[in-house]
Design a protein around this ligand. Structure first.
Ligand SMILES: NC(=O)c1ccc[n+]([C@@H]2O[C@H](COP(=O)([O-])OP(=O)(O)OC[C@H]3O[C@@H](n4cnc5c(N)ncnc54)[C@H](O)[C@@H]3O)[C@@H](O)[C@H]2O)c1
Length: 326
């Protein structure tokens, strides 16, 4: 399988490492507005500053799109038009309208579009899904996912809303929204609170989304760039048990079947990027059906649009406690 990379920065390194772990996959070309970066990936002869030249000149079966979100729509559609399967980084687009254009175009061309929701491929998450589907924690009632830490995004495109679509929400909560959908169910209702704790930001650097599935399960999604010591954790609670995935501790902890007994599975070889690449490669070869696709990226974008609408006062409202004081 002949693969091209578009955008050769931070996350591309994970895609490249992961493709190298796949059998009979070759990274044959790369494009980046910074030519030196593309050359490091694919050598001088197969490096491009314009991805369209890469698509015109190289015979590719698939690409990874690892550019900032603003560029995803145009690049994804060009690749699909060229008959190339796409693994596109999250968020799929900077808003739901763009994401819908992409999924519509994928459907029209019949080409493969997968959103790189890598946490679906984290071994403890896969294990959690199996346990939940087998009914081992009963009916899921609550979900909580926090991704946070202290990270300076002030000088990066991540904090430029025209390029990123927002702050912590499209950065990490987009993964959490997808995890809620994957482990619990589709979102039926959403609200959100945003905060700018570091005044140098124009976008939220702390956020919380409240999300509820049609059958009532409640999810709390937290994210922050300004919380040193933050936990990175997924918790799922049901009527008969609980599951905790702590990314720092590793592995998965669970209490099943109302047993009251906690167990821990370490999962020392978990590598979500390699699992994601293997899955994508198998889908391109027609050996597997995708467990995640462009529509999952669209659904997450719809939840994000709704969360912003709520937080900005156009999609719902907070009850002001002050007005209720007697
Ligand atoms: N799945 C994850 O865990 C994860 C982690 C980090 C980033 N991401 C996502 O991956 C994408 C890239 O993030 P990153 O951290 O690698 O960013 P980055 O800034 O490190 O790399 C982006 C690269 O794209 C290049 N680029 C910018 N505009 C381009 C264009 N129009 N055409 C070609 N190349 C262009 C830049 O020169 C740079 O090399 C984003 O969508 C981001 O949200 C995902």
């Amino acid at each position: 399988m002949r693969v091209g990379i578009i955008g050769c920065g931070g996350i591309a390194a994970e895609h490249i490492r992961a493709y190298k772990a796949c059998e009979d996959v070759e990274i044959v070309a790369a494009a980046d507005v910074d030519l030196e970066r593309a050359q490091k990936v694919a050598g001088a002869e197969h490096a491009y500053t314009d991805y369209r030249d890469m698509l015109a000149k190289e015979e590719l079966d698939a690409v990874s799109i690892c550019t900032p979100p603003k560029f995803h729509k145009e690049q994804v559609c060009a690749c699909l038009r060229a008959g190339v399967a796409v693994l596109c980084e999250k968020p799929l687009a900077i808003n739901a309208a763009e994401a819908r254009e992409m999924t519509d175009f994928a459907a029209q061309t019949g080409r493969l579009l997968i959103t790189a929701f890598c946490h679906r491929f984290h071994e403890p998450v896969m294990r959690a899904r199996d346990l939940i589907r087998a009914g081992r924690i009963g009916k899921v009632t609550m979900f909580r996912n926090r991704f946070g830490g202290k990270i300076d995004m002030t000088q990066t495109w991540f904090s430029n809303p025209d390029v990123s679509g927002g702050g912590t929400i499209p950065d990490t909560s987009v993964h959490s929204i997808d995890l809620f959908r994957y482990l619990v169910g589709d979102a039926a209702r959403v609200s959100a609170a945003l905060e700018i704790a570091d005044p140098r930001y124009k976008v939220e650097d702390c956020s919380a989304i409240l999300i509820q599935s049609a059958d009532g399960a409640i999810g709390i999604i937290e994210a922050s760039w300004t919380s040193p010591g933050s936990a990175n954790v997924i918790e799922v609670y049901g009527t008969d048990g609980a599951i905790i995935i702590d990314y720092s501790a590793g592995g998965i902890k669970f209490m099943l079947d109302n047993s009251g007994k906690w167990e821990h599975e370490p999962c020392p070889n978990a590598d979500r990027f390699v699992e994601q690449a293997r899955h994508f490669v198998a889908c391109v070869r027609g050996e597997r059906k995708p467990i995640v696709d462009g529509t999952d990226g669209l659904r997450a974008a719809e939840v994000i649009d709704a969360a912003y609408a709520f937080a900005n006062g156009t999609g719902g409202r907070w009850v002001d406690i002050g007005s209720m004081l007697t």
